[in-house]
Design a protein around this ligand. Structure first.
Ligand SMILES: Nc1nc2c(ncn2[C@@H]2O[C@H](COP(=O)(O)OP(=O)(O)OP(=O)(O)O)[C@@H](O)[C@H]2O)c(=O)[nH]1
Ligand SMILES: [Mg+2]
Length: 437
């Protein structure tokens, strides 16, 4: 095991100290555990800890009781005695048993990666939806870990009957948590219903969702394209709610853009499940823009993680446009060339300098128009009043007023075609040479 002191010279001295522990597992994608700790350091700092030391180890087998082997736990204990931290944070998910045993040996709080991610989510949650989703995920995380507190108490107080008291209390606590979980799940179903109504109102509009690894620049891009004022921070998980805005700048059609929660490797499963409603914004999009921070040394792995999560969410069959952001921060142009060559029809941009944003707009328009089929509609002059209504569903390319009536050349998505046909009580046929998609 390698122990490393982390020297920070900023103002974090008053924050609770933490020792970070990273392991490289045999099935790990990254052969180096240093990189993974860099991310854990970011997570710990975002959760308001001051990382004071880090320990890394290559593991071939995980110890069922203490995660690390006994010799390594001893080294960790010495580091704890030396630094006296508030917590030891593991970059992996620990079983409740491992967590309990390690706390007993180290005499210090032990946290794992899911805990720290949940903590950040909980600190950043602002809306009713985000708060409910995080609380639900936290309760599901806590449930199997409940014994910790009571087994500790019964040991401390000793005496006949304390164990029974502890066990009864655990059962009571479990029931309370289960009830609370049920309550929150019902609340989420209600929120989901409200969201569905909002989504229904937006059904006819082309929807683009920004997805990607946390800190890639999704919110910054959202602000660039829509003039919105979404929070942008050099912190992990700055955004927890899906914000939806119209793309205005230099855009010929109404397009809705949504900013979404960032992705990260080893995202706690309960969190993904709880954030179903927020992530539905992604599921209902017509186009996904996968934002990648190309200046990050681990960008390829971050892309893979995001791709895997999108696959798990069942949205990898949607149109996906890859955008390599932060090209202003690249050491050389070859990195961009390599990335663009590896992913067909991707774009390099910088939200900071504005480079590539025009190309990105053109790509979005291209994807939008790809979805529309051309139609010709003949109206009588007396039906001119309908044109405003038609424009809500259709992209009207031109209106030709003749002696016989009005001829409209339209472009329609399959959904808006059906809607328009029901309003006008007629059946539309695509104009020749073009196929409906
Ligand atoms: N150099 C450079 N920095 C950028 C660029 N775009 C965004 N950033 C910075 O990257 C950091 C993260 O930006 P955000 O827009 O908050 O990233 P995000 O993807 O929304 O992050 P989460 O909401 O945490 O998932 C901020 O410090 C931005 O200022 C860029 O083109 N160049
Ligand atoms: Mg964001």
């Amino acid at each position: 095991m390698k122990t490393k002191s982390l020297n920070h010279t900023d103002t974090r001295a008053s924050k609770p100290k933490a020792i970070l522990v990273g392991v490289s597992l045999p099935d790990s994608l990254s052969p180096s555990s240093d990189i993974s700790l860099e991310e854990l350091e970011g997570l710990a700092t975002t959760a308001e800890y001051e990382p004071v030391a880090s320990l890394t180890q290559r593991l071939s087998v995980i110890n069922a009781k203490t995660f690390l082997g006994s010799g390594k736990v001893e080294e960790l204990k010495q580091a704890v005695e030396h630094h006296n931290p508030e917590a030891v944070i593991f970059d992996e998910e620990l079983s409740p048993r491992q967590n309990r045993e390690l706390e007993k040996i180290l005499k210090c709080k032990v946290r794992d990666r899911p805990w720290i991610i949940l903590e950040i989510f909980s600190n950043h949650a602002k809306t009713r939806e985000a708060k409910t989703q995080v609380e639900l995920a936290q309760l599901k995380y806590e449930m199997p870990r409940l014994t910790r507190m009571w087994s500790h108490l019964s040991r401390q107080r000793g005496g006949i009957g304390m164990k029974d008291v502890g066990e009864t209390q655990i059962q009571l606590d479990r029931r309370m948590i289960r009830n609370q979980i049920n309550k929150l799940e019902k609340k989420l179903v209600q929120i989901d219903k409200e969201k569905k109504t909002q989504r229904k109102q937006r059904e006819q509009t082309y929807k683009v969702a920004l997805v990607g690894y946390t800190n890639a620049g999704k919110s910054t891009l959202m602000n660039c394209l829509t003039g919105a004022d979404t929070l942008v921070e050099n912190k992990l998980f700055a955004t927890l709610d899906a914000t939806v805005r119209k793309i205005k700048k230099n855009f010929p059609y109404p397009v809705l853009l949504s900013d979404t929660v960032g992705l990260i490797k080893k995202l706690p499963h309960d969190l993904v499940a709880s954030f179903k409603s927020t992530l539905d914004e992604v599921r209902h999009a017509n186009l996904l823009i996968h934002v990648v921070d190309l200046s990050h040394s681990e960008y390829a792995e971050q892309m893979r993680t995001a791709d895997d999560l999108l696959r798990e969410m069942g949205v990898d069959d949607l149109d996906i446009l890859t955008v390599f952001n932060k090209v202003d921060a690249l050491p050389d142009i070859e990195t961009l060339d390599r990335a663009l060559n590896a992913v067909p029809s991707s774009v390099g941009i910088s939200c900071k300098t504005g480079a590539g944003l025009e190309t990105l707009r053109e790509k979005i328009v291209f994807h939008y128009e790809k979805k529309l089929a051309p139609y010709r509609l003949e109206l009588e002059h007396s039906q001119a009043i309908l044109i405003q209504e038609i424009k809500k569903f259709a992209l009207v390319l031109n209106e030709d007023y003749t002696a016989e009536g009005i001829v409209l050349n339209l472009r329609l998505s399959p959904g808006s075609k059906a809607k328009l046909e029901s309003i006008l009580h007629l059946s539309l046929k695509t104009t020749s040479g073009c196929n409906e998609t």
